[in-house]
Design a protein around this ligand. Structure first.
Ligand code: FMN
Length: 207
């Protein structure tokens, strides 16, 4: 595979210090609304990067389900690889790539479990198929074959679909944001927000 001649020029938008919102959550909401308007892909995809306590990283896609006053919420299996990493090292990063707008958003923070009540509330709002799948799948564990899953699903479908203890949400409490806007000549705009005196310091990074 040789992609050395594959190149894209970024010219659609700009991101300037005097035009960004003072609050990174608001800036995120503005860009997300534009992404929502134009995307043809799954709307709420994000990459979640975690690491073991000795710094071995892993990343995967999860779905953003809520942005509230606590932060960015997603749901998963509490026995999965990511959950084990979060348990020993709660520092994590979320990464959004929004190609239509030539944008990337990086958000750093600390992950904490949301309340069981809130997880149950969301779990019960999911379609039966999704609830059954979440109960049936021992996420991230080695299983013998596909049939194992289908058999588990068969058994689960005989029961009431109650949220298992090994499932629930996390919220990323954000403490750093970086908004990247593709520009001409690879001189992209990178605006960061870092905590300062109870508010946010806004600055620019070289691309
Ligand atoms: C489009 C897409 C959406 C996904 N959404 C989720 C999700 O919301 N929660 C989740 O646990 N896994 C989700 N996954 C699966 C994860 O990427 C991953 O395979 C799984 O969580 C196990 O990761 P781990 O072994 O690192 O814990 C999604 C995958 C894709 C491709």
């Amino acid at each position: 595979m040789d992609l050395r001649d594959h190149r894209k020029v970024y010219t659609k938008f700009e991101l300037l210090e005097n035009a960004v919102n003072k609050d990174p959550f608001e800036q995120f909401r503005i860009w997300f609304a534009e992404h929502k308007e134009d995307t043809k892909e799954e709307l709420n995809i994000m990459t979640l990067a975690t690491a073991t306590k000795d710094g071995k990283p892993s990343a995967r896609i999860v779905l953003l389900k809520e942005l509230n006053e606590d932060g960015f919420v997603f749901f998963t299996n509490y026995s999965s690889r990511k959950a084990k990493e979060i348990e020993e090292n709660p520092h994590a990063q979320l990464l959004f790539f929004w190609g239509e707008h030539e944008r990337q958003v990086r958000i750093e923070g600390v992950l904490v479990k949301i309340s069981k009540e809130k997880s149950i509330e969301y779990f019960n709002s999911r379609p039966a198929e999704s609830r059954a799948g979440a109960i049936a799948s021992p996420q991230s564990q080695i299983i013998p074959d596909r049939k194992f899953l289908e058999d588990r699903l068969g058994e689960v479908n005989q029961q009431e679909l109650v949220m298992p203890d090994h499932w629930g949400g996390y919220v990323l409490k954000a403490n750093y944001f970086e908004f990247w806007q593709g520009r001409h000549s690879r001189l992209h705009d990178r605006i960061f927000y870092a905590p300062e005196n109870g508010g946010w310091k806004i600055g620019r990074l070289a691309p």
